[in-house]
Design a binder for this molecule. Structure first.
Ligand code: XMP
Length: 333
């Protein structure tokens, strides 16, 4: 279906049977489109790229080459989980690139949020392009574009200004000319999730909370340092663990930790202990355009505070962000 307009008659995919029919249809279309050529995919581990990967593995197997770029700004164990699921369980042709040093070296000393976003977006393309050039026989690029992405680009083409420069894959250099394969481009997010489950992806991965392209880079505020980034990653893992245990993970749309570049005085083992604060953000929203604050039980907040301050090196306070969107955006940068 070579169109960027969703037909009004297109039925919403809400059941496994509808998802199975969609998958069969797309498998036939992809096979016809790519023949015996290779297809490249930047697999971030997010819902959209993961669903496209699973769909294409079913359609063309090892002709699909997935590239997972670890920019060093992933959540704890995230890259390992992507490799284990796609290489270990789904037998995907997966190239794993640890580009942590490339990204963190470029970001060293950069505190302006938009510059950070631009650096991360541009370097992502550089790393991905470097990998693409090493491969032979690739004629196609698969992307996890979904219908809201198409609607958003149309809005931007009409001159409506975005608040932040969001980074997703796009705009490869001139020498890399690929035809696009975008099997879920007419689907809304809820439909992508139904398709993902029908493809056999784990429920937790298909229903995971959104994670921004620049990753923890926009949550480690100001100029990123490795020690503060590590503290953020550990604190965020504790928050997610406690939200899972408290049954909040499926009730709250997005929840994460932010660590600003300020220190306050604390006390530990009867000695002065300077550390950063960990700021918890937990929001609910329908479309990310506006967001409300979730009421988290105090007992859960106490538990998270106790664990983060005891287990994470460098954190000596825990704060809860009560700001809705507007006026705060969901991410801090
Ligand atoms: P803001 O901070 O603008 O975020 O209120 C709205 C939603 O978008 C996510 N976000 C991003 N997603 N690339 C993405 O794919 C990005 O660069 C990016 N920046 C923010 C954010 O996590 C929230 O869900």
């Amino acid at each position: 279906m070579e169109t960027n307009v969703r037909p009004e008659t297109m039925e919403r995919i809400t059941t496994k049977a509808l998802a199975d029919a969609f998958i069969e249809e797309q498998i036939a279309l992809v096979r016809k489109q790519v023949g015996d050529k290779k297809v490249l995919l930047a697999l971030s581990g997010g819902v959209d790229s993961s669903v496209v990967a699973a769909l294409l593995i079913k359609a063309i197997g090892k002709q699909l080459v997935c590239v997972h770029v670890n920019h060093g700004l992933m959540r704890k164990c995230e890259s390992e989980n992507v490799v284990e699921l796609f290489r270990g369980q789904l037998d995907a042709n997966l190239v794993y690139v640890d580009a942590t040093d490339r990204f963190l070296n470029l970001l060293a000393g950069v505190s302006d949020p938009e510059r950070k976003r631009k650096i991360i977006g541009a370097e992502f393309i550089n790393v991905f392009a470097d990998e693409a050039r090493k491969l032979e026989g690739v004629e196609f690029l698969a992307q996890g574009t979904i219908y809201p992405d198409i609607l958003e680009s149309q809005k931007q083409a009409e001159g409506k200004k975005a608040v932040k420069s969001h980074h997703n894959v796009g705009g490869l250099p001139e020498d890399l000319k690929f035809s696009l394969v975008e099997p879920v481009k007419l689907l809304f997010k809820d439909e992508v999730r139904v398709v993902g489950e029908a493809l056999g992806l784990p429920h937790a991965m298909v229903y995971r909370q959104p994670f921004p392209g620049p990753g923890l880079g926009v949550r480690c505020l100001g100029a990123i340092t490795r020690d503060r980034l590590e503290a953020l990653r550990e604190a965020d893992a504790i928050l997610r663990d406690e939200f899972d245990k408290a049954g909040l993970a499926e009730k709250v749309w997005q929840y994460f930790v932010v660590v600003p570049d300020i220190k306050s005085v604390g006390v530990k083992d009867e000695s002065r202990y300077e550390g950063w604060p960990a700021i918890i953000r937990a929001v609910n929203t329908k479309d990310a355009m506006s967001a409300t604050i979730e009421e988290i039980p105090y007992s859960t907040l106490h538990k998270i505070t106790a664990r983060i301050t005891a287990e994470v090196e460098g954190i000596n306070r825990v704060l809860y962000d009560l700001t809705p969107k507007p006026v705060g955006t969901i991410e801090w940068e």
